[in-house]
Design a protein around this ligand. Sequence first.
Ligand code: ATP
Ligand code: MG
Length: 659
Amino acid sequence: GQRVEGGATAGLDPDQLEAVLAPRGPVCVLAGAGTGKTRTITRRIAHLVESGQVNPEQVLAVTFTSRAAAEMRERLASLGVSGPGNSVAAQTFHAAAMRQLRYFWPMTFGDLRWDLLEHKFRMVARVAREVGIDVSDRDLLRDLSSEIEWAKSSAIGPDQYADAAQRAHRDVPTDPRTVMQVFAAYEAAKVAPNGDRLLDFEDLLIYTTMILQSDPSIGEEFRSRYRSFVVDEYQDVTPIQQNLLDAWLGGRDDLTVVGDANQTIYSFTGATPSYLLDFTRRFPDATLVRLQRDYRSTPQVVNLANEAIGKARGRIAGTRLQLVGQRDAGPEPVFAGYDDEISEVVGVVAEIRKRIRAGVPASEIAVLYRVNAQSEAYEEALAEAGIDYQVRGAQSFFERPEIVAAMRRLTSLAGGPPPPMQPVDAVRHALHQVGLTESEPKGANARARWQQLLRLVEIVETIASEAPELDFAGVVGKLDERSRMRHAPIGGGVTLSSMHAAKGLEWDAVFLTGLHEGSMPLGRASKTVDEVEEERRLFYVGITRAREHLHLSWSLSRGEGRGTKRRRSRFLDALVPAPSAGLDLEPLPERTEPDPDVLKALTVWRKEFAESHEIMESNVMSKTMVRTIATAVPTTLEDLAKVRGFGRARTDEIGAAVI
Ligand code: ATP
Ligand code: MG
């Protein structure tokens, strides 16, 4: 990295400076998104080192993901306090614990050995079989594993599991007593008869804490080594991470924490902002600094973020900070309601095209959605439009294991005798055999897989309605074609990401999609006030990823004749300008399907479009493609309006999406 000119205190605002210059001891920085939290703590470390208050190797800076740790190391290196011969340690909690465990383990456990549990899933499956669980249900095993992880992260033992899970409204995948049994058996199975142990990730933290606290001389040795601690994204700390932090401190108070309680979106993993919120009660002498100047986003985006989180309820809401945008004014956020999901996808892709034409690099554009199953529609539309994309934090839809398995099953049937069923029913039937249940299953992993399979059914329904003459083999063939149309993820393309996986990142243009009830807040996640509030914070995290362009969209039904009408997200109610401001927020009028003449005309335009954009012209004629092309060929709008069945209303709608 580049060396920062002017030293640790250059280019800081007065509040940031206060946090940087605070004397050694407890410091708490409460700060909103984009206010320079990471900048402030790295500068504080550099300042403590430069002013000789602490040796670099006595500082331990921790964060939660290796990406965040790497970013911190990079920033420290550019400040000249991390790197060869000058080493502030910036690590994840797990990496720090593992290192310490290697060193301190023999002092407590002597000759006994420990090893990292590499095949956790296998271990869970083994003990589950012993407990009498159907281990062919891999989703159940994954969900059991997640429950054990949550309980251990929350410092909850097997005996307390059932009560704690109920209190925390856990989505328990099976009878809580069964989880408890598996949990207990799992813990026992990791210890060999001679006392050697296999440790999972949570154990790394738990054992290190135990060792540091068990023997005063070990604690002493540790404290002579590390003297100053810094935690970024402190709202994400779990109880066992906090326990480890306490063991590190050993009664001392040289601790700087930075966090934004309003970005708490990982409660379901055991993360809790309560330590951040209680910091000044625990350390009454703490220097408390609030950062409210937002350096990332335009005032328009900042104001919207303020309003969105302004409606929050509960304890976290009390820590709300009114962010003040520091950048020049930018474009107004765009609110766009569509009558169905395909129209939304087409509208969003048309906007993306506009941004790219206006010179925004594709890598500076992101499409964010609530659940990963929503990525597929955007993958298809972007691939068809010839726009590069990459799916973040998840595989591309047709590469996901459940979809690969389902596709295999479909194609293996396609060669056999035609089922007497309709193609769509036959597909449903085939998918039931790979785990598509009638009702939504319990457990997060099972549900994610279920959503993916449902999405596959939707795609098949679309194919069948566009080409009613196709038999089962024909439908499967089209599906296969559609899956092969996807290109491999391309670095530098548009980012497709869940809102969760977008945390901490930023783009020039952000498209927040699927902002209707049932999706945002997610249906099952809106049973309690706490759950709705966590969804609201997720919405806030989404908004604050945008530097300039923010596009918020929703659709009022799944598709023509599919599902019930739904309303836009409650989170939008207070934000969207009144309809009198010129925005049509009512459901769009019922659409009449384009008739064969229209399709014929569009096929010609589509060919031209494919040629002029040098993209593959597959023989699939999807509605998405029709609309994508229609939006991409503005000169034909007049003609389009004349074509029977398309109508003035549709062309107006398309016209609005064209530059
Ligand atoms: P997040 O909420 O995503 O974790 P953050 O609060 O950690 O964000 P940073 O990443 O430290 O924020 O800073 C956001 C951006 O603002 C960075 O590009 C940073 O360089 C810039 N920035 C921070 N402070 C200042 C400042 N005083 N003057 C100019 N730019 C600043
Ligand atoms: Mg940060």
